[in-house]
Write a protein that binds this ligand. Structure first.
Ligand SMILES: *Cc1c(COP(=O)(O)O)cnc(C)c1O
Length: 373
């Protein structure tokens, strides 16, 4: 049988995309803030309910350019170890030191108290991650940030389209970054963006993504090449039309998993907060040592925890779940005095199950029947 992966991308309508390609071919305008890029940016800002976006070529450069746009050029940035390695790596690439603070056990998001405890005279910013698209506790983090005069950046790679009480969570903090990589809820194959609140910030980010060029003969500062080309902008513009239906399908899959797994002893499910207009970007389950299943016997080894046994068990049935996030990217930064116990615990228990539009219902049933003892 074909291996079932954890995610599968949504694609724009092929005929419509061909039409867009025809338009690009007819003008030979391929990149450099072209008409498709501009249309994509304005459609994106409308869809997300935010004032400005600066679209870029992936989801890692937006973190680097956000730090740069906020003028953070030396010192430490407090961030979470419970994330994809791109988050701390972007801090390192900026010549800054990522300092890891622990997360909340319930959400996997930065814990405001741990953040406050990690602040030193060298701290310059807080970089949170909305893990699986569930928002960080912005109010608590903002209180800490304000008390210490620090900006907040959110790596919102998982939080495309998420709203809390009707308002985009991409407006939390000073700047938010997105990834449009093929594995995400919305994709431009590779791509990303910074969401910002003022025209001045948008202009600064647009200059930074284009070598710092501000005019025919003028530079604002040293920038980089982070531009998205016209082909992927056209693809993104069309793919935006697919997101709402994709999220509805994700919601239905998430409900079916939860219904089947909610009373399995030893499996904890993610809580989706009330009032959250969620995107169902992931379906994590947390497998404790109390989880028991007779079918795990062939996978049991003294040094392998229950989660890893379940991982091997599902893999043996051609289901390829992912251990997001394991191992934790401690190598990419430094741990202050905080042992990050919650992050380590969640990282040892988490398993993300396949969730994407078009996931066949018989596969979903197969996965839940494998997991229910
Ligand atoms: C995907 C992801 C990124 C990086 O995005 P790319 O587009 O692959 O560069 C950064 N942070 C998190 C949390 C991600 O999941």
């Amino acid at each position: 049988m074909k291996e079932i992966l954890v995610t599968s991308p949504i694609l724009p309508d092929f005929e419509e995309f061909t039409e867009s390609l025809r338009e690009i071919w007819s003008t030979s305008r391929l990149t450099n803030n072209g008409p498709f890029l501009q249309r994509f940016e304005s459609a994106l800002a409308d869809y997300l309910g935010v004032p400005y976006v600066s679209v870029m070529t992936n989801g890692t450069l937006p973190i680097i350019l956000s730090l740069k746009a906020l003028g953070i050029t030396e010192g430490e940035v407090i961030t979470t170890p419970y994330t994809f390695v791109a988050t701390p790596a972007a801090v390192s690439w900026s010549g800054l030191t990522p300092v890891f603070a622990d997360v909340e056990y319930s959400t996997g998001n930065l814990d405001a108290q741990a953040v406050e405890a990690a602040i030193t005279p060298r701290t310059r910013a807080i970089l949170g991650v909305h893990v699986y698209g569930v928002p960080c506790c912005d109010e608590a983090l903002r209180r800490v940030a304000r008390a210490h005069g620090l900006p907040i950046i959110y790596d919102a790679a998982h939080a495309f389209g998420v709203r809390e009480n009707g308002k985009s969570i991409l407006l939390n903090g000073d700047l938010s970054t997105l990834s449009f990589h093929a594995t995400k809820v919305f994709n431009t194959i590779e791509g990303g963006a910074v969401v910002c609140k003022t025209k001045e910030m948008k202009q600064r980010l647009d200059a930074l993504r284009n070598f710092g060029i501000t005019g025919e003969t003028t530079f604002s500062e040293a920038g980089i090449n982070a531009k998205l080309d016209e082909v992927r902008a056209a693809y993104g513009l069309l793919n935006l039309r697919k997101v709402d239906v994709a999220i509805q399908e994700r919601r239905a899959i998430s409900r079916q998993y939860s219904e089947a797994l909610k009373s399995v002893a030893g499996i904890r499910l993610m809580e989706i907060p009330e009032g959250l207009d969620y995107n169902f970007s992931h379906y994590p389950i947390y497998i404790g040592e109390s989880y028991c299943h007779p079918a795990l016997a062939p996978f049991a080894q003294p040094d392998k925890n229950k989660r890893d046994q379940v991982y091997d068990y599902l893999m043996a049935h051609d289901i390829h779940p992912r251990r997001y996030f394991y191992p934790l990217p401690f190598h990419a930064g430094k741990i202050a005095s905080d042992p990050c116990e919650n992050a380590k615990k969640i990282s040892s228990q988490v398993l993300c199950l396949p969730i994407y539009p078009g996931l066949p219902v018989e596969i979903l049933k197969k996965i839940t029947s494998l997991l229910v003892p």
